[in-house]
Write a protein that binds this ligand. Structure first.
Ligand code: KE4
Length: 428
């Protein structure tokens, strides 16, 4: 039995499925999980000492790669001053000011400890600000595991959403409407039917949780126009797209300004973090400035703030926001060209420092099309890539990332190994 299997058998005795987040069980690709011993630069080293070029990058946070000296140095210095204060500190102030400077629509921000907390709080704030109860989300968009988001579309626009997980009350699920991503007709229809009751539309402006699915050009402007017409708020969940598709997020890239934005991942530099922010008159409804309650023991944790600050400052200083898109397009274009030469139906996309692909002959613009892609070939490709030392997200419904640590030599090595893995995957 390998060290990974030994450790995983132990883990399964004390944690559900042996993991602390479902995707890490590698069930979608039918592989043994990964138990990481160390991470450095572009690499993860597993319990057997295998070195993997990592394109998961902690599911987005690691813009600079693993264990970047600037982040470790800042953390070492902060560690000497304690791990948590339970009160305000300068690091949270400095990071809040940097986020306000970088994210165009954010005038004020509140830190929390995960993306889930951020989206939960943003929805509560939207309901308080509008006095309305309904929210509208999109199939394939993941906003964390709060009950209101774990819903499946009803059989048609007329039917209310159903719980998408046991434990979610139907009464609560019924307060979440669902449309297809990029389907403005559905959004209009929902607003015609329920418009006066809809507090907010929440959307991943580029979906990163169904694979990478970009918005059609008219989609985000359409959401902005419809929500404005009916007095509902528009929430951009930029937990993943923030500082990834652009230094100012999808709102800076597309010019569509939401009322509220949720953030996470990159702003913690790999430590637990989330944030929500937006227009001042909305954010000042949040306690203690206003009546809407939200709190958190470790909100603004000095170590997470320090890691986030070091990450964003170093990223700006080293030109990450100009350099990383080129790396992502290099990988995407090379993979697309290889698939074309092999006659493999592969739809590849990239946006800023995110990239993704579906084994599909057509481009993918919504979750139904993503689900229709060939996930069996994806699993074969994933396994063949991992055997060659390249780690892609262990699900067809995740996004890939790049970091400053993925230098030209690493990218060239990856291109070569993915080409070989693709040939393996189609051998049968
Ligand atoms: P967390 O609660 O996991 O910090 O954030 C939830 C969340 C909210 N919004 C978006 C757009 C997100 O991508 C996420 C979390 N992303 C997943 C990646 N598919 C986290 C990985 C996991 O669940 O293990």
């Amino acid at each position: 039995m390998s060290e990974t299997q030994r450790l995983f058998e132990r883990a399964k005795r004390v944690a559900p499925g042996g993991v602390h987040s479902p995707v890490r069980a590698f069930r979608a690709v039918g592989e043994r999980p990964l138990i990481v011993r160390e991470a450095r630069g572009p690499y993860l080293i597993d319990a057997e000492g295998n070195r993997l070029i990592d394109y998961v990058l902690s599911w987005g946070p690691l813009l600079l790669g693993h264990a970047h000296p600037a982040v470790l140095g800042a953390l070492r210095e902060a560690l000497g001053r304690g791990t948590s204060y339970g009160f305000s500190c300068e690091a949270e102030l400095e990071l809040a000011e940097l986020i306000v400077e970088m994210v165009p629509s954010v005038e004020m921000v509140r830190f929390v400890n995960s993306g889930t907390e951020a989206t939960m709080a943003a929805v509560r704030l939207a309901r308080a600000a509008t006095g309305r109860d309904l929210i509208l989300k999109f199939e394939g968009c993941y906003h964390g595991h709060a009950d209101s988001f774990l819903v499946a579309a009803g059989s048609g626009v007329a039917t209310l959403s159903l719980p998408d997980s046991p434990g979610v009350p139907s009464a609560l699920a019924a307060l979440t409407l669902v449309c297809g991503f990029n389907d403005l007709d559905c959004v209009r229809e929902q607003f015609e039917r329920y418009g006066e009751r809809i507090a907010a539309v929440i959307v991943e402006p580029f979906i990163g949780n169904a694979g990478l699915i970009p918005p059609l050009p008219e989609f985000l402007p359409g959401l902005r126009e419809i929500t404005r017409e009916y007095g509902a708020l528009l929430i951009f969940d930029e937990v993943m797209t923030g500082f990834r598709v652009h230094s100012g997020g999808a709102q800076a890239l597309t010019g569509v300004m939401p009322d509220l934005t949720t953030l996470g991942k990159v702003i913690g530099g790999g430590l637990p973090v989330g944030a929500y922010g937006g227009r001042r008159e909305l954010m000042e409804l949040i306690a203690p400035a206003g009546p809407v309650y939200q709190a958190g023991t470790l909100s603004g944790n000095p170590l997470a703030m320090t890691a986030g600050l070091a990450t964003l400052k170093t990223a700006r200083a080293e030109g990450a926001f100009e350099i990383l898109p080129k790396k992502a397009s290099w990988l995407a274009d090379a993979l697309e060209a290889e698939a074309k030469s092999l006659g493999v139906p592969l739809s590849v996309t990239h946006a800023g420092s995110m990239w993704g692909f579906f084994f599909s002959p057509n481009s993918v613009s919504n979750f139904a099309q993503a689900k229709a892609s060939d996930v069996r070939t994806f699993a074969k490709f994933h396994r063949a890539a991992r055997e060659r030392g390249v780690l892609l997200p262990p699900s067809a419904f995740e996004a890939c990332f790049v970091s400053l640590a993925h230098d030209d030599a690493v990218i060239e090595e990856t291109v070569e190994k993915l080409a070989a893995a693709l040939r393996d995957a189609i051998q049968g």
